[in-house]
Design a protein around this ligand. Structure first.
Ligand code: GDP
Length: 440
């Protein structure tokens, strides 16, 4: 899904790689690439422009955050903006009617009939509803047959009236039938055309007026890009629909429709279709879609957690200590506490793109720092600030006190020594380095 866009956005962020700070220049370069990626994905020009302007303003304003890697910060800003653009929070579906009437609209071939079946199946299996499907396409007998086939697959009754040329009447009769037979959701599949035309619009507008549905959903093929947005606009002008269904997101879609549609019609995307099977339906979550578009695993949450824990003042103090060669085990312990506050090891590793997959067979302890902490706690304050005084006798005592072995104590001392040297060399602040080691 959106492979091309993901790849291009990823390239855009590379512009910032190697820069220590976010500056107006490298932000502008990156955003130029982001804008190009969006346009290539068939996102509306004005939307792409507004998008990058907003991200730019936020990026320049984030002085405090210059300590984090700028590339990642930009990813986060772009992700937040993408999420916002696609609707912020997930929109639910209104099932308050008795029965609830859901009217499906959209062009022929958009996936309306397929989605009607998917939605019926979803409501039946996930929401414990008793849905009725209604075939209202009076022009194409094949469409009515198709709905019957779909209904048969999922075990949902399909209401149709052979020979009746009045869609309003069929729909009204179907609602009566539903009331009389205990159906609590009525999903009305309507006739589509290959392009927007007046006759079709009038017809569906009449059905809409007569039924007063709780939900009017507009189904659109995500492969159609900018066209999808224009069609959505035409339907919304007539029907003032409640939500959008994006189908065929499993295909080689560029992503433009998903990104643009909400801001053009100001209606949320409620569900997505991701295949031809009846189970290929997902509730649309803007933030998860943004993650997918950015191909970033959940690194965004990881960066957020790092931001939450990062204390500028503390980092500066630490930097001074390192410069004066005063970084001791107490500081180390402190750093471990900071990292631990971000979440457990398994959780954190799972957020690093690729790492979760690469390490899926490796046993990771929930509390990976347990032994290290125990060893440090068994040291005297003097030993913590001047590890050099820890001789064989002291090592023995520490190992006993912490319930570890002399080898483990030795290993930690050696690691600490190497780390101190490395930090002194880099002079970059322990927090930053630790975050980096954590995959930042
Ligand atoms: P309608 O004319 O709007 O009722 O569209 P249909 O439901 O008949 O769908 C048109 C074609 O798109 C059919 O071949 C469907 O199998 C296919 N289709 C519908 N939804 C999806 C989807 O989410 N993914 C894929 N790959 N194909 C879909």
């Amino acid at each position: 899904m959106f492979d091309n866009l993901s790849e291009k956005l990823d390239k855009a962020f590379h512009v910032l790689k190697g820069h220590g700070k976010i500056t107006e220049v490298n932000v502008a370069d990156t955003l130029k690439e982001v804008r190009r990626a969006l346009l290539d994905a068939d996102v509306n020009f004005k939307i792409a422009k507004d998008f990058t302007t907003k991200v730019k303003e936020k990026a320049i304003g984030q002085n405090v955050l210059t300590t984090l890697q700028p590339g990642q910060l930009m990813v986060k800003l772009v992700k937040d903006e993408l999420t916002e653009l696609m609707g912020g929070d997930a929109a639910g579906i209104n099932l308050s009617g008795n029965p609830t009437v859901i009217l499906m609209s959209g062009l022929q071939g958009s996936g309306k009939t397929t989605f009607s079946g998917k939605l019926a199946n979803y409501l039946k299996t996930k929401k414990n509803k008793k849905p009725l499907l209604v075939a209202c396409d009076i022009y194409r007998p094949a469409a009515i047959n198709q709905l019957h086939v779909v209904g048969g697959q999922i075990g949902v009754e399909v209401y149709s009236e052979e020979g009746n040329r009045n869609p309003v009447e069929i729909a009204q009769n179907a609602v009566k039938h539903a009331k009389a037979n205990g159906y609590n959701v009525v999903i009305v599949d309507t006739a589509g055309r290959l392009a927007v035309d007046e006759e079709m619009m009038n017809e569906i507008a009449n059905v809409h007026k007569a039924l007063q549905p709780q939900e009017t959903l507009f189904v659109v093929d995500s492969m159609t890009g900018q066209d999808a947005v224009n069609t959505a606009k035409a339907f919304n002008d007539r029907l003032n629909f409640d939500g959008v269904i994006l189908t065929k997101l499993d295909g080689d879609t560029r992503g433009g429709a998903a990104i643009s549609i909400k801001s053009v019609v100001n209606k949320p995307i409620k569900f997505i279709g991701t295949g031809e099977k009846m189970e290929a339906i997902d509730v649309f979550y803007p933030n998860r879609m943004a993650d997918r578009i950015l191909g970033m695993g959940d690194v965004v949450s990881l960066v957020e957690r790092a931001q939450e824990q990062y204390d500028e003042e503390e980092a500066r103090k630490l930097q001074k200590k390192i410069a004066k060669n005063e970084f001791g085990f107490d500081d180390f312990l402190n750093q471990i506490q900071q990292v631990k506050k971000m979440g457990n090891m398994k959780d954190l590793i799972g957020m690093i793109p690729g790492a979760g997959k690469a390490l899926k067979d490796v046993e990771i302890e929930d509390d990976a720092f347990k032994h290290i902490e125990a060893i440090i706690h068994s040291m005297t304050p003097g030993e913590r600030s001047k590890p050099a005084i820890i001789d064989a006798k002291r090592k023995n005592r520490i190992a006993k006190g912490s319930g570890t072995s002399i080898q483990q104590v030795n290993q930690l001392l050696k690691q600490f020594d190497q780390m101190s040297k490395m930090m002194k060399m880099m002079q970059g602040g322990a927090g930053k380095n630790l975050m980096r080691m954590m995959g930042g």
